[in-house]
Design a protein around this ligand. Structure first.
Ligand SMILES: [Ca+2]
Ligand SMILES: [Ca+2]
Ligand SMILES: [Ca+2]
Length: 224
């Protein structure tokens, strides 16, 4: 009985730690480069709100992450000004179909809000929120200017300008297939988000394994 209580409290502690972290780093949490295409997008795993995303932009890189939008109206993804380069931001569905793009929101840093109204493309005049469903996972991508996504026919998925525009997909554009242009490495980037959670909640088995690991630590400490 005491063991059950101990394990329960450890699991509760592990959950609280996960909720408080609220961050995802491409290397620390993801273990390496976030993929450049829909099939290799990096899964974010955790419990509760995901508020900060960090990573490293290599030469000719695109970093795609799977995130869950839980509140389309509140949705925000804003590149922080501590980022080292001229960013571009991309939002795709799970199959790589374009949803939204911005290049320069604040100075050269990108950002998208649920309340933004599209200024180009097939959804001109609609809000970004109207293209999102609560509880669905989407692909959020970061590239350095001017690495741009194209479909299998090498058609640009979004308009390239104006740079301040909120772009929806171009008429007839297909899903993400390749990236155009080859910028030098950009380095560190950070994105602050609202209305977003981790795409995947940890498996119960891994939570129990984590609890068991912590229990082992607790037992070893008690023996001293
Ligand atoms: Ca990448
Ligand atoms: Ca930019
Ligand atoms: Ca561009």
């Amino acid at each position: 009985m005491r063991h059950t209580l101990l394990l329960s409290s450890i699991l509760a502690t592990a959950l609280v730690v996960s909720v408080n972290a609220q961050t995802w780093d491409e290397m620390t949490n993801g273990g390496g480069d976030a993929g450049d295409l829909a099939a290799t997008a990096q899964m974010t795993i955790g419990v509760g709100p995901l508020t900060t995303l960090t990573g490293d932009n290599a030469a000719s890189d695109a970093d795609l992450f799977l995130i869950k939008v839980v509140d389309p109206a509140l949705f925000a993804a804003l590149v922080d000004t501590n980022t080292a380069f001229d960013t571009q931001m991309w939002l795709f569905d799970m199959n790589g179909n374009g949803i939204a793009h911005n290049d320069d929101r604040t100075s050269l840093f990108s950002g998208l809000l649920g309340s933004d109204v599209f200024t180009t493309g097939v959804n001109t005049g609609q809000t970004v929120a109207s293209r999102l469903m609560a509880g669905e996972c989407y692909i959020l991508g970061i590239t350095r200017y001017n690495r741009d996504p194209r479909d299998a026919a090498n058609v640009r998925i979004f308009a390239d300008s104006p740079f301040s525009g909120i772009h929806s997909p171009a008429q007839g554009a297909g899903a993400l297939n390749n990236w155009l242009n080859t910028p030098a490495a950009g380095g560190f980037y950070q994105v602050t988000m609202r209305g977003v959670e981790y795409c995947q909640v940890p498996e119960p088995a891994s939570m129990i394994a984590l609890g068991a690991g912590l229990a082992g630590v607790a037992l070893r400490r008690r023996k001293k």
